[in-house]
Design a protein around this ligand. Structure first.
Ligand code: NDP
Length: 292
């Protein structure tokens, strides 16, 4: 039986965790990184650090990319020779926009390579774990052929379709929720601290609040898909008043108000657009177009 092998390019916290996961499963692992020293621990475990990007590409058909963004990918791969790139499968687990993922797929195709877009939904600690997951999009047969290799990175692999932008879209959709939710948590902590409470003091309440959200997601998803923004359960006017209370509480406590002010602005625009007696889910319609 031929030993499984893979190349990993990019050795930030994610790339290092991925390379380690492949070593754990007995893969032959070839590495390349701009800063060579980041490979030291992995080389000590048996990985091979390729002297050039061309060598790293030539070593294996499957090349996992874990770089800061797609600009870094072009910085690394543009200087590679046509021969080194031809026939490679670039599993790009770097984060960027759907448009840039589509452009990268065209860029790879022009060089005889295949681009598989990935969006990893876990932090480095989740890499190699059975309950972690990654979105993929691109050529289905390439995804299926290399499924077992991809399942080393995260136990679950969720194929989204042929469009190379889809995995990036799903990833960014999760990230907008992650970043704004976490910042809303920092916002709550800032208010707590301004009033003599610690993050630990408010943790149980913060967790209860976050847990309550999933029920609202399901409730509103069904109504939104049905075009139903009836104000029978909540009204935008009530929400707008509540958000103003939030904003004033922050202002009174002398802490940053950027986030609640932005939310209050959105509610005011909904009111101005005539949705006062509709549900605050009507903001979804307002958000379909760019800010006026
Ligand atoms: P880092 O940004 O820490 O590291 C990425 C790698 O990119 C490093 O090896 C770095 O090289 C390399 N790099 C950056 N710019 C260039 C360049 N211009 N030329 C050559 N190499 C470059 O990222 P992470 O490892 O944390 O994450 C990798 C990807 O995974 C990112 O797209 C991130 O958004 C995504 N991600 C990260 C998660 C996390 O929790 N960390 C979770 C989910 C996704 P060097 O070592 O030389 O600096």
């Amino acid at each position: 039986i031929e030993k499984s092998s893979v190349t990993v390019v990019g050795l930030g916290p994610m790339g290092r965790a991925m390379a380690a996961a492949f070593l754990d499963r007995g893969y032959d692992v070839t590495l390349w990184n701009r800063t060579a020293s980041r490979a030291d621990e992995l080389v000590a475990r048996g990985a091979v650090f390729a002297p050039t990007v061309d060598d790293a590409l030539a070593a294996n058909e499957v090349v996992v990319l874990s770089l800061t963004d797609y600009t870094a990918m072009y910085d690394v791969l543009e200087p590679a020779t046509a021969r080194a790139l031809a026939g490679r499968i670039l599993v790009n687990l770097s984060s960027d926009t759907p448009e840039r993922a589509r452009a990268a797929a065209r860029w790879a195709a022009e060089r005889g390579a295949v681009h598989l877009t990935g969006g990893v939904t876990v932090s480095p600690a989740g890499i190699g774990q059975p309950d972690s997951s990654t979105f993929y999009s691109g050529p289905r047969e390439v995804f299926e052929e290399h499924r077992s290799l991809l399942e080393v990175v995260t136990g679950h692999v969720a194929y989204q379709g042929e469009d190379p932008g889809l995995a990036a879209l799903l990833y960014q959709l999760g990230m907008v929720m992650f970043w704004t939710s976490m910042v809303s948590y920092w916002q709550a902590i800032a208010l707590a601290r301004a009033n003599g409470l610690t993050a630990a003091d408010i943790l149980p309440h913060a967790v209860d609040t976050a847990n309550s959200l999933t029920g609202f997601f399901a409730f509103y998803a069904e109504r939104i898909d049905a075009g139903n923004h009836l104000g029978d359960v909540d009204r935008l006017a009530m929400g707008a008043a509540s958000v103003e209370h939030v904003l004033h509480t922050f202002a009174d406590s002398g802490v940053d108000t950027a986030l609640p002010a932005a939310v209050a602005d959105l509610f005011r625009r909904g009111m101005d657009a005539g949705h006062a007696t509709d549900s605050f889910s009507s903001l979804v319609e307002l958000m379909r177009t760019p800010t006026a």
